[in-house]
Ligand binder design. Structure first.
Ligand SMILES: Nc1ncnc2c1ncn2[C@@H]1O[C@H](COP(=O)(O)OP(=O)(O)OP(=O)(O)O)[C@@H](O)[C@H]1O
Ligand SMILES: [Mg+2]
Length: 248
């Protein structure tokens, strides 16, 4: 169970640029919840994800992972529990590393052993099988540097890396927004499969209303730093995407 209790995030506090990005937000995520997040630009969606990852700190309020207060736990310490995929395909991978090295890095994250161990034959066939699932030809690119991959291929690799160690929570911030429709569809299908196979608690930000209403089991709507609606699966099934636009 992941809980946010009465969280506010204020940027540039006590300056002329002060901005309340999250305004008294509370949210309880049940294990296995797959929550989609919608809302206008600047509503606080990315800030909410960064708050959970520890990349931004709250002015007040508390964050709990399984009843443990992690509000003051560092990004590095939280990283073992979190998978984060961003909108920009360049952010999730190390561009100078090969596909295999990137995956080995994800496999060894939080462990003491070096990269070498995660690059053996057994691991290589595991990586190949994982990459094949994305249907983007990545399984034949293990020794290519990540910088040579297309945006879609890099996002697929980022997703594999973010979920390799089965995080407590997967944070997806418009992770298909920069991709062509067919590649976006592939990545969403892979996302659905990984999340369903391993029951990973997931938060997915999207501006695509149809995706938001069709994926996962719950949709929250944000406006000006607040969660203004929280739709369960049954309620959201009755809503047409175009009806959502009035909330923006
Ligand atoms: N590092 C920062 N410093 C100052 N202000 C910030 C910072 N990050 C976000 N903000 C402000 O906080 C508010 C919420 O931003 P956020 O990025 O969370 O919005 P969003 O809902 O993800 O928007 P979008 O749909 O455009 O991605 C915005 O007003 C933004 O300008
Ligand atoms: Mg954002």
């Amino acid at each position: 169970m992941i809980m946010l209790n009465n969280i506010s995030v204020i940027f540039d506090k006590q300056t002329a640029l002060q901005r309340v990005a999250l305004d008294h937000v509370s949210l309880a995520m049940r294990p296995g919840d797959f929550i989609t997040i919608i809302g206008s630009n600047g509503a606080g969606k990315s800030t909410l994800l960064k708050l959970i990852a520890g990349e931004v700190r709250p002015a007040h309020g508390k964050i709990f992972f399984d009843s443990i207060d992690v509000t003051h736990v560092s990004v590095e310490e939280r990283a073992a529990y979190i998978g984060h995929v961003y909108q920009d395909p360049r952010l999730g991978t190390c561009v100078d590393f090969t596909v295999e090295e990137n995956l080995a890095f994800a496999a060894e994250r939080g462990k003491q052993r070096g990269l070498r161990l995660a690059c053996n034959r057994k691991m290589r066939s595991l990586y190949r099988a994982l990459l094949k699932g994305a249907a983007l030809g990545l399984e034949n690119r293990l020794s290519d540097k990540a910088m040579t991959l297309s945006g879609g291929q890099r996002q697929a690799l980022s997703l594999m890396m973010a979920t390799f160690q089965l995080p407590k929570i997967l944070l997806l911030d418009e992770h298909t927004a920069a991709l062509d429709p067919k590649t976006a569809k592939n990545i969403l299908a892979v996302t659905k499969k990984i999340v369903a196979d391993h029951h990973i608690t997931t938060l997915m930000v999207t501006h695509h209303l149809l995706h938001a209403l069709n994926m996962g089991n719950r949709t929250i709507l944000m406006q000006e730093g607040k969660i203004i609606r929280d739709f369960d699966e049954a309620t959201r099934a009755k809503i047409k995407p175009e009806e959502m636009i009035e909330y923006f």
